[in-house]
Design a protein around this ligand. Structure first.
Ligand code: COA
Length: 272
C-alpha cells in the first residue's frame, strides 16, 4: 500500500486532480464538477483522491454531512457517501476499503452518528458488497437501490430514503424536462446527447440545472442528481445514452398508442 496516498482535495489542489477518472481540464463536465466542488468544501463535503506514485489517480471517495447530501436521504448527523470508485485495473487490491476507512475515520473524528451510502446493483454506482463486508447494514430499499448504514452511535435513528416519486413530474407537466446537477462529471455529456436525440423526435427539452442539495433531494429518484421527465412521468433516473433514451421514448409512444386504440374501440361487448 506504500505506493498509494489519499489526497484530501481542496479549492487549491482540485484542478490538478483526476475527477472520477477524468483529468482533462477541457472537458465541460469535469470543469463543472471542479467548480461544484469548490462551492461544497465549506459545507463539509470531502472529495478524496487515491493517488498511486506509479499510475497516478486511480480512485476516489466523495461524502457530505447528511444535511448537505445530494442523495435523497434523511441522515441528520451522519456522513453520506455520494461516490466510491476504483479504476478497473486496480480493483480487488483493498483500495476501495482504504478509501472507505478514511471516511469512517473522519466520521469518528467529527463525532457523527455514522456513515450512510446509497448503493445499486445497476452498474452506475457502487454495489453493496464492499460495504456489507465493512459492517454496513441495509436500512431502506427502493430497487435497484439500497440504503446502507454503519452506525457509530448505537441508539442513533436509522437514515431513510425521502424519495417523492410523483410531485416533481406533476410540477413539470407536459413536455420533456431534464434535471441535472454538476455533481457527476458525466452528467453534462449525457444531457447534451439526450437534448440532441430529443430534437430528432421534434421535442425541445427544458433543461433545469439542479444547483442545491435540497433541490437534488427533491428529485424523484434515490440517485438524486439527475432525472428525465416526460409528460408528467419519470422516464430515466440516472444519466443514460441517447440510444437508451430513444428506446424508452419509442416504447412509451407504442404503449400510449395501444392505450388510445383500446379506448377508441370502447368497452368489450358481451358475446351472443
Ligand atoms: C466498489 C469498488 C469501489 C470496490 O473497490 P475495490 O478496490 O475492488 O475493493 P476492495 O479490494 O477494497 O474490496 C473489499 C472487499 O469487498 C469485496 N468486494 C468488492 N467489490 C465486490 C463485488 N462487486 N462483489 C463482491 N465482493 C466485492 C472484495 O472481494 C473484498 O473482500 P475481501 O476483503 O474479503 O477480499 C469498485 O469495485 C468500484 O469502483 N466499482 C464501481 C463503483 C462505481 O460505479 N462508482 C461510480 C461512482 S458513484
Amino acid at each position: 500500500m506504500s505506493d498509494y496516498e489519499i489526497i484530501d482535495s481542496n479549492a487549491d489542489n482540485i484542478d490538478g486532480c483526476s475527477l472520477c477518472g477524468n483529468k482533462s481540464t477541457n472537458n465541460l463536465g469535469r470543469r463543472r464538477k471542479a467548480d461544484w466542488l469548490k462551492e461544497r468544501y465549506a459545507e463539509g463535503l470531502r472529495y478524496k483522491v487515491l493517488r498511486s506514485r506509479e499510475f497516478g489517480d486511480v480512485g476516489m471517495i466523495e461524502y457530505a454531512p447528511g444535511s448537505h447530501s445530494w442523495r435523497p436521504v434523511e441522515a441528520e448527523d451522519y456522513l453520506v457517501i455520494h461516490c466510491l470508485w476504483v479504476k478497473r485495473e486496480h480493483k480487488g487490491k483493498g483500495l476501495g476499503s482504504l478509501l472507505l476507512e478514511s471516511c469512517l475515520r473522519d466520521a469518528k473524528n467529527r463525532q457523527c452518528r455514522g456513515v450512510a451510502v446509497v448503493t445499486s446493483s445497476d452498474a452506475f454506482m457502487a454495489e453493496s458488497a464492499l460495504f456489507l463486508k465493512a459492517g454496513f447494514v441495509p436500512v431502506d430499499r427502493i430497487p435497484p437501490y439500497e440504503l446502507l448504514v454503519k452506525k457509530l452511535q448505537r441508539a442513533a435513528p436509522d437514515p431513510r430514503f425521502t424519495v417523492e416519486r410523483k410531485r416533481l413530474p406533476r410540477r413539470y407537466g407536459k413536455g420533456l424536462t431534464i434535471l441535472a446537477a454538476d455533481q457527476c462529471p458525466y452528467v453534462s455529456k449525457s444531457v447534451g446527447r439526450i437534448a440532441e436525440a430529443s430534437r430528432t423526435l421534434g421535442l425541445e427539452p427544458r433543461v433545469v440545472r439542479v444547483t442545491s442539495a435540497r433541490a437534488s433531494r427533491e428529485l424523484p429518484t434515490p440517485y438524486g442528481i439527475f432525472s428525465i421527465l416526460h409528460d408528467g412521468r419519470l422516464i430515466a433516473e440516472r444519466p443514460i445514452s441517447a440510444t437508451r433514451f430513444l428506446s424508452i421514448m419509442r416504447k412509451n409512444a407504442e404503449q400510449a398508442t395501444r392505450g388510445y386504440r383500446r379506448c377508441a374501440s370502447g368497452p368489450a361487448q358481451p358475446q351472443p
